[in-house]
Design a protein around this ligand. Structure first.
Ligand code: ADP
Length: 506
């Protein structure tokens, strides 16, 4: 029963290794987390992009609008300065005023630009803002001061009424600075333009953000919707139902994940199926000798005054049944040890001596059936391989015992060892009944017997070849049943020769 428990533990172990419950929870939580992460990422990236676009565009726009206006204002100031230089009359203020008025009117009429003309002592000669009543008074501004010092300059003044762009240029006459022109233009229209563009940018950004949120919700649903299917499958697995399969028509990685999940379901299904069959086979195998023992016991109890010979006969039969039970249980224990991945006690094994040892121990058995048991040594002489001596011994032993068991009296059994470049091949050939093609792989299944009653009669448990196969697989080797030219069968074990394996001519 240990083997059944081991199988069941394997299923449980596989389940726990896969952490199905955890996968389920993670996948379920993961779906929402992925959607949230995708949404926040999209929104964050969009916000950053829009922020950069907003700051950059508004900066460039206002800078270009201000510099364009500054250039225009300078151009006007320079024309006025040029004209003023030609008409400069420092003595007669009235004449000067009228001439200046004509110049300023020509250039500034219809604009909201204030123009002031001063002499080099900052006394106002003309001011377009008549209401300010500055004519004849001192008009002191930083830009104007610097203009009278011979420099063209501009500045932006911020006040409650908004931004004002001011420029001042000197007036030169005969190489001498005689005054300055000061122009001031309210930048309300520029501010309004910038604000209007800011408003439309914000509106555009909000609209774009809304569209991106919708798209990200859509795409995150498309991407994560297969995960919901996976969750469903994982949930079924955790309940022991391996029949559900995930859809594998999602995007690349999702499809791969679905395929992996479905593969896992197939494996679990197959394992579960095997476990069920194994439990039922074991029960059946154990039930038969138990029923025999029970029958013998009951018969003995019911027999009136049985003589000692009868009692001895019944007890002998019972002992045989118990032997059979013991054999089955021992083989199940061996299988269970192999199933749990028993460690191999690897060492250098003289395969020739090993085969000779097996033959030596079975010569008597073969002799009882008048079977000729022979050994064909490898061409290259004695050969060392790296293997677990006991396990390989048991493999060859099982196959040779079978060959003797199933070969009729007077037959032949040959044990043969040959060496390839990278493998050691051990063959056991007999001229017995052979194994039909359809059964050649099945004979390695647990409790599988070709002829059930005959095999039982020969004391077969149906586990010998299964044990042999597990041991060979542990050595990373292969085992196969083939047809022998004589009509019998050949069992061939191929073991890879590891690095340490070498041929020697001893
Ligand atoms: P058993 O203990 O019944 O022999 P095995 O696992 O060793 O169990 O073998 C499984 C079955 O394979 C046997 O019952 C027998 O029917 C078949 N078999 C094994 N070896 C041979 C052989 N050399 N020739 C014919 N049939 C064989």
């Amino acid at each position: 029963m240990l083997a059944i428990t081991t199988r069941w533990h394997k299923v449980k172990e596989l389940k726990s290794k896969l952490k199905i419950d955890d996968i389920k929870k993670t996948v379920y939580r993961g779906t929402h987390t992925i959607r949230f992460a995708m949404l926040t990422t999209y929104v964050a990236v969009t916000l950053v992009a829009l922020g950069i676009m907003y700051i950059y565009n508004i900066g460039i726009l206002s800078e270009s609008l201000y510099s364009e206006n500054t250039v225009k204002l300078y151009a006007k100031a320079n024309i006025i300065s040029q004209s003023a230089s030609e008409i400069w009359e420092s003595d007669d203020e009235n004449v000067m005023y009228m001439r200046a008025e004509a110049i300023f009117d020509r250039l500034l009429a219809g604009t909201n630009i204030r123009g002031v003309l001063t002499d080099s002592s900052y006394n106002v000669r003309y001011d377009t803002n008549i209401a300010a009543d500055m004519v004849g008074k001192v008009f002191m501004r930083d830009v104007l001061k610097r203009a009278v010092d011979g420099e063209q300059c501009d500045s932006i003044i911020e006040s409650d009424s908004g931004k004002t762009l001011t420029v001042a240029v000197p007036i030169e006459r005969d190489g001498e600075i005689v005054g300055g022109v000061y122009l001031a233009e309210n930048m309300l229209s520029v501010t309004e333009t910038v604000n209007a563009i800011k408003a439309s940018l914000v509106l555009f950004s909000a609209l774009l953000l809304f569209i991106i949120v919708l798209i990200s919700i859509g795409t995150s649903y498309i991407i994560t919707s297969p995960i919901a299917g996976f969750t469903d499958v994982a949930r079924s697995i955790s309940k022991g139902d391996f029949s559900k399969r995930a859809k594998v028509d999602g995007l690349g990685e999702m499809a791969e994940m679905g395929q992996a999940l479905n593969y896992m379901c197939d494996e679990l299904n197959a394992l579960e199926e095997k476990r069920k069959n194994f439990v039922s086979d074991v029960s059946h195998e154990l039930k038969t000798p138990m029923a025999g023992i029970k029958l013998l016991c009951d018969s003995l109890v019911q027999a009136e005054n049985p003589d000692i010979a009868t009692i001895r006969e019944f007890l002998t039969d019972m002992s045989e049944e118990i032997d059979r039970l013991t054999r089955i249980i021992n083989r199940l224990l061996t299988l269970s040890r192999l199933d749990t991945g028993a460690d191999l006690a690897m060492s250098e094994v003289d395969i020739s001596a090993l085969c000779a040892g097996v033959i030596g121990s079975l010569v008597k058995l073969a002799g009882e059936k008048d079977i000729e048991l022979s050994y064909e040594k490898p061409q290259s002489g004695n050969v060392l391989i790296c293997a677990d001596y006991d396990k390989i011994y048991e493999c060859i032993y099982n196959i040779v015992v079978n060959a003797i068991k199933y070969t009729p009296e007077g037959g032949h059994v040959v044990v043969r060892v040959t060496f390839g470049e990278k493998e050691c091949i051990m063959e056991v050939e007999d001229d017995g009944p052979g194994i039909p093609d359809g059964e050649k792989t099945k004979v390695f299944e647990r409790f599988y017997r070709l002829d059930d009653s005959r095999a039982r009669d020969t004391g077969g448990t149906g586990l010998g070849l299964a044990i042999t196969k597990e041991a060979v697989l542990l050595h990373k080797g292969t085992i196969e049943a083939l047809d022998s030219p004589s009509g019998g069968s050949i069992f061939r074990i191929t073991l890879p020769i590891p690095q340490s394996g070498k041929e020697t001519n001893l």
